[in-house]
Design a protein around this ligand. Structure first.
Ligand SMILES: O=C(O)[C@@H](CO)OP(=O)(O)O
Length: 247
């Protein structure tokens, strides 16, 4: 007996297109991103996958992606749980900044440390920044614990309780679960599932809009390490594009 976990990064967002650090800033999808999401749902149908429950972040690029994918799979009705713990990494003072300009200003080493190191967060974002979420009512319950920046380790630490307490029980109960989230929150989950080292996770990138399917054993270890993208050729190209952002 295995469980089926489907991970879906949101389709191209307006700030992916503009090459801006996004984090918790709530931007919508581009037309291309909407088409990717719809195609993601078609890929689920073609693979015969029928998720019984959806988990999303609180950010509309993930929510709209899930809605479009489920609509094209004729599964708009399935139950949904949303939680900030699946949000993108909070990108601190980089939120709203151009990736190419940041690379040019700070150089390759600093740029990659902020983007992909496991435990070095970017500088914190000021609460009075136009890119801050500190007064956003959807995070009111977090109070002082609301992040002003996060590294991948911080994301893993806040995502894991949700994995343990919400997603795992749904896998046990319903066998097939869809998680629609973000580049870095999904990198954190994949690191955990595949047991990827703090060093090696730096080179792992997740493409937009292509379902990544994990068959999990009863102890939640992957049957196949790395899972399987439903469109492997498209995923390979898109992974390179994410890795090269800013260049
Ligand atoms: O800007 C962001 O929030 C993320 C995802 O788009 O970017 P990166 O891939 O550089 O971590």
């Amino acid at each position: 007996m295995t469980y089926t976990l489907i991970l879906l990064r949101h389709g191209q967002s307006e700030w992916n297109e503009k090459n801006l650090f996004t984090g918790w800033y709530d931007v919508s999808l581009t037309e291309k991103g909407r088409a990717e999401a719809t195609r993601g749902g078609q890929l689920l149908t073609e693979a015969g996958l029928v998720p019984a429950v959806l988990h999303t972040s609180l950010l509309k690029r993930a929510i709209i992606t899930a809605n479009l994918a489920l609509e094209s799979a004729d599964l708009s009705w399935i139950p949904v749980k949303r939680n900030w713990r699946l949000n993108e990494r909070h990108y601190g003072a980089l939120q709203g900044k151009d990736k190419a300009a940041t690379l040019a200003e700070y150089g390759e080493e600093q740029f990659m440390e902020w983007r992909r190191s496991y435990d070095t967060p970017p500088p914190a974002l000021n609460d009075d920044s136009e890119f801050s979420q500190i007064n956003d009512p959807r995070y009111a319950d977090l109070g002082d614990a609301a992040p002003r920046t996060e590294c991948l380790k911080d994301v893993l630490d806040r995502m894991l309780p949700y994995w343990e307490n919400e997603i795992k029980p749904d896998l046990v109960a319903s066998k097939t679960v869809l998680v629609t989230a973000h580049g870095n929150s999904l990198r954190a989950l994949v690191k955990h599932l595949d047991g990827i080292s703090d060093e090696d996770i730096a080179s792992l990138n997740i493409p937009t809009g292509i379902p990544l399917v994990y068959e999990l054993n009863e102890d939640f270890t992957p049957v196949t390490r790395g899972g399987q993208y439903l469109d492997a050729d498209a995923a390979a190209d898109a992974i390179k594009a994410v890795a090269n952002q800013g260049r």
